[in-house]
Design a protein around this ligand. Structure first.
Ligand code: BGP
Length: 462
């Protein structure tokens, strides 16, 4: 028999600062790597996005009407510290203070991501995460956040999808792409930064909970050939377990360390780093889940690495390590992403079984080309169907014994997709704008909004 979702389950919704806020140069905000990134031809940039910065109260009102128990958003580092470190921008501090107060006054729990893909450009120019100064900058930033909001924010997330930043670095690195060796140094420095922030949170915010938010997905072997199974194990460790093992167990995953050594990618680990990492204990795990990936053994003949099509979910393979494979059992979205609701259950079970920490689904959702109908509505029954299937699998995971504390679909409102701009929408709320035609930016609740409202009311799909 199905278990019910727990009482006080955090039915939520997610966004990230640079994808939703706009106002990219207003009220003292500094530039982030996203602001200087050239979008692909015909795709909007992040300058205006969904103009949430100027629609904040209206948007929170829509969250309240939806009945959201939690709202996961990110703070733009460059609103707080325009240069990444040093001088504080009070107007930026005030914006999030107002947002947090607005949420709380409507009974919505703020879930705050500290850093979501938008490194301050000033830090990037000085080497970004390859430079250990960025660790200090992050600690200064964390301190400001805990000082200002720690009395009201219970749920903190350190870094969004660190593993995506390492495995798919295009969107976060304007200019030259870092080498693999540099990426693993960035990765290590982010581990240290997240650990320091975690320790600081526990010191500064009594009752505060903090954790990482990687993109986690079970990796399937393409066949039951033992070689494929090894390849799937390796890729699952490199893509997923590395990040959670460091966060939870305070040590590098041994399979991954062997891989790093073999490839010559091992990072410089300074004295004291591993002690700090071991001391920092997350209270819960954020998990972004979109789809599983399927892989087969590498052929090691120069063809393992397949060209990507600009889509972050298309596995690219790595020469001699694994090869992306097709999974004929799964459907695929119009944007080429696999749909695997059962894979969400598999993923949640694996994560819980490995770490035994409460899990918050911090992202999951369907990107689609929603159209505003002649009746002035958006009939996104495909999104309802997608979410219904995933909610059902989440409930099965709860029944399996997974300690799931909440579910924040991506996204609360339409926002700029990392690769496809405004042509690919995720929100429960539609924003009336096109790729470069801003129209009136009006908010219109989609059919999925009204459906989700009932789900929240009933604390489940049935
Ligand atoms: C995740 C990111 C989000 C969001 C989402 C959808 O990887 O954390 O920022 O963008 O994916 O991806 P996309 O916008 O590329 O469709």
């Amino acid at each position: 028999e199905l278990k019910k979702f727990p009482e006080h389950f955090l039915w939520g919704a997610s966004t990230s600062a640079y994808q939703v806020e706009g106002a990219y140069n207003e009220d003292g905000k500094g530039m982030s790597v996203q602001d200087v990134h050239e979008p692909p031809e015909g795709i909007t940039d992040f300058k205006i996005a969904s103009d949430h910065y100027h629609h904040m109260k209206e948007d929170v009102k829509l969250m309240a009407e939806l009945g959201l128990k939690a709202y996961r958003f990110s703070i733009a580092w460059t609103r707080i510290l325009p240069n990444g470190a040093g001088e504080v921008n009070e107007k930026g501090v005030k914006f999030y203070n107002d947002l947090i107060n607005e949420l709380i006054s409507h009974g919505i729990e703020p879930v705050v991501t500290m850093y979501h893909f938008d490194l301050p450009y000033e830090l990037h120019k000085q080497g970004g995460w390859c430079n250990r100064k960025t660790i200090d900058a992050f600690v200064q930033y964390a301190k400001i956040l805990f000082e200002n909001y720690g009395d009201r924010v219970k749920y903190w997330l350190t870094i969004n999808e660190q593993n995506v930043m390492i495995n798919h670095p295009n969107a976060m690195n304007p200019g030259r792409l870092p080498t693999k060796k540099e990426l693993y140094q960035q990765c290590h420095n982010m581990f240290v930064a997240a650990a320091k922030a975690t320790i600081l949170c526990h010191e500064m915010c009594p009752g505060g909970k903090i954790g990482p938010a990687p993109n986690i997905t079970a990796i399937y072997p393409a066949t039951c050939s033992p070689e494929d199974v090894i390849a799937a194990d390796n890729w699952e460790s490199i893509r997923c377990w590395l990040y959670l093992d460091v966060a939870v167990y305070g040590r590098y995953n041994s399979l991954v360390w062997a891989y790093l050594e073999e490839k010559g990618y091992t990072p410089v680990i300074e004295d004291g780093d591993m002690e700090i990492i071991a001391k920092a204990k997350p209270d819960y795990l954020g998990v972004n889940y979109y789809a599983t990936a399927t892989v087969s053994a590498a052929r090691n003949d120069g063809t393992d690495c397949q060209p990507r099509n600009g889509d972050q979910q298309v596995m690219i393979g790595e020469e001699g390590v694994y090869r992306a494979a097709k999974n004929d059992h799964l459907e695929i979205t119009d944007f080429g992403w696999m749909v695997d609701s059962i894979g969400m259950r598999v993923t949640l079970r694996r994560v819980y079984d490995r770490y035994h920490l409460p899990i918050l689904i911090t992202e999951n959702g369907l990107g689609a080309k929603d159209e505003l109908g002649e009746d002035g509505k958006i009939h996104d029954d495909y999104r309802i169907d997608y979410l219904k299937r995933h909610f059902h699998q989440a409930q099965l995971a709860v029944t399996d014994g997974v300690d799931l504390i909440g579910y924040c679909p991506w996204a609360f409102i339409d926002l700029v997709s990392t690769h496809q701009g405004y042509g690919k929408r995720y929100g429960f709320v539609y924003v009336n704008r096109g790729e470069d035609d801003l129209k009136d930016m009006r908010r219109i609740c989609k059919d999925s909004y009204y459906w989700y409202k009932e789900v929240i009311k009933r604390n489940g799909i049935e």
